[in-house]
Design a protein around this ligand. Structure first.
Ligand code: SAH
Length: 476
């Protein structure tokens, strides 16, 4: 974050605008809307400002800026087209620690102004941190169309009942659930339909029916997909906004974690090979304990929770303890990573079946049914296979797959860090070692890997990405 977004209370405080043109006029209007006393310094004023000054709505302080004009000023905006004056204002304000904005010149600003969607008291501010104001404006325009004007009334009415609702509930979590239910239910619909009185009665009735007892905890076992936040499901997103606490794995990317409700407590439960942060049994018990405390617990897992995710074990413990839970499927690495690598897992000409296995290495072996894997016309997807890759390659070849069989290993698939190494069963272990790959990686073995050459479409950010494309003919 380059800037900290905050909302400033400038009611009845004096703010100074230097400049009297159109841009200055817009800033004056904005400050007036926020309840400020506005002083303007400019040689000449636009007609609107002139009229405001005549009616005493603003104070036309002087023609030329002098640092003393900053005395007792809460905030200053320079909107002249004279760089020297803008700079003088900025320096004088900064010397006095007064927040200053110079229009279209971030270098001279101590704060920048966002694009806003105004549904007062509800306000949405959008900023590109000065990088692309037009992008921020486009986004603002989208938000304008998405957020009904009536949201202003929803916020006002909710505000009127805030204290009363607070008094009704001693458990803050219960209060939050009450508001979530109200704001996502008939109350909102009634206000959207213009029936504000009915909505208020409905709210009061709902409140009276609510018993002030501790909330019932619940666990959401949610698959977060292979790393790219675009691949979250709507349902995952919704539950991510409701959770009081999130227990997440190493595979859950920061980009995804950032989308969880800001004030949810975060607990890392993570799992790295040979470095289990929390033992599986402790995780199971932790989920039970948190839910018993009445929390809505988001158990966030990479990929799909039921595919090599131990999701089953976790909810078994919940079921035993009569804790309510729900499961949200996620895009598993096999399907997400293969899509972003341009390798279809099945294809009429090459593979009629596809098998997912774990290549977890234990005592230098992998416990797999090799004859079943080494079949023609089948794609093999190996999870957790990086360390075991040499064993995997050796076993598949000795059980009958040709050493020239195309094979790929993909690191951090679907993300901006995606790296692909392509070779054959024979060459892949060495190629992977040379490329210094690290987990998570997914291995795909089968004729379908050939299709990557023509079907690759995803271009991760250039500085991160490497595709080590090896000519299969010459390496086979
Ligand atoms: N439940 C998860 C799998 C957990 S096992 C799922 O459904 O995807 C962890 C393994 O998943 C990793 O070792 C790796 O093999 C694979 N994996 C997960 N995300 C991946 C990614 N973005 N790129 C490559 N492999 C990934």
């Amino acid at each position: 974050m380059d800037y900290l977004p905050i909302f400033l209370d400038i009611k009845n405080k004096t703010c100074l605008i230097v400049g009297g043109g159109q841009v200055a006029t817009r800033k004056v209007m904005l400050l007036l809307q926020a309840g400020a006393q506005v002083s303007v310094v400019a040689p000449e004023l636009e007609s609107v400002l002139d009229e405001y000054a005549a009616h005493g709505t603003i104070n036309h302080r002087a023609k030329c800026f002098q640092p003393e004009h900053l005395h007792n000023i809460a905030l200053v905006i320079a909107a002249t087209n004279d760089h020297a004056i803008n700079q003088q204002v900025s320096e004088a304000a900064q010397e006095r620690r007064i927040p200053v904005n110079v229009v279209d010149n971030p270098a001279l600003c101590t704060f920048i102004m966002p694009s806003i969607v105004d549904r007062s008291p509800l306000l949405i501010a959008v900023s590109s941190g000065g990088q692309s104001p037009v992008l921020a404006r486009l986004l603002r325009a989208q938000l304008e169309t998405m957020i009904p004007v009536a949201y202003a009334r929803i916020a006002t009415i909710a505000g009127k009942f805030r204290k009363r609702v607070k008094q009704h509930f001693t458990h803050p979590a219960k209060r939050r659930i009450f508001w979530e239910t109200i704001l996502q239910g008939p109350f909102t619909e009634m206000i959207l339909a213009g029936k504000d009185k009915t909505a208020q009665n409905y709210l009061l009735q709902s409140l009276q029916q609510e018993k002030n007892e501790p909330p019932q905890g619940e666990v959401y076992l949610v698959g977060a997909g292979p790393g790219n936040p675009d691949l979250l499901t709507f349902r995952a997103m919704r539950l991510m906004q409701q959770a009081d606490v999130v227990v997440y794995d190493r595979l859950v990317s920061t980009a995804i974690l950032d989308m969880v409700r800001r004030d949810a407590t975060r607990i890392y439960a993570g799992k790295e090979r040979n470095r289990h942060t929390l033992k599986q049994e402790s995780i199971n018990q932790l989920l039970v304990r948190l839910a018993q405390e009445g929390k809505r617990v988001l158990r966030l897992k990479g990929g799909d929770p039921f595919i090599f995710g131990r999701g089953g074990e976790e909810i078994e413990t919940l079921a035993l303890n009569h804790i309510p839970f729900q499961v949200v499927p996620g895009i598993t690495a096999a399907s997400g990573v293969s899509a972003y690598a341009g390798i279809p897992l099945t294809h009429r000409d090459y593979a009629q079946s596809c098998i997912f296995v774990t290549g977890h290495l234990k005592n230098n072996t992998i416990d797999l049914d090799w004859p079943r894997l080494a079949c023609p016309n089948q794609t093999i997807v190996v999870y957790m296979g990086l360390l075991g890759l040499p064993v995997l390659s050796r076993q598949l070849i000795s059980h009958g797959l040709p050493s020239s069989m195309p094979a790929a290993i993909i690191q951090q698939g679907t993300t901006q860090q995606q790296e692909i190494v392509i070779g054959t069963l024979q060459t892949l272990p060495n190629l992977a070692a040379t490329a210094h790959l690290s987990p998570p990686t997914l291995i795909i073995v089968g004729e379908v890997v050939k299709l990557h050459k023509n079907l690759a479409w995803f271009e991760p950010a250039l500085e991160n990405s490497k595709t080590h494309l090896i000519d299969m003919e010459s390496n086979g």
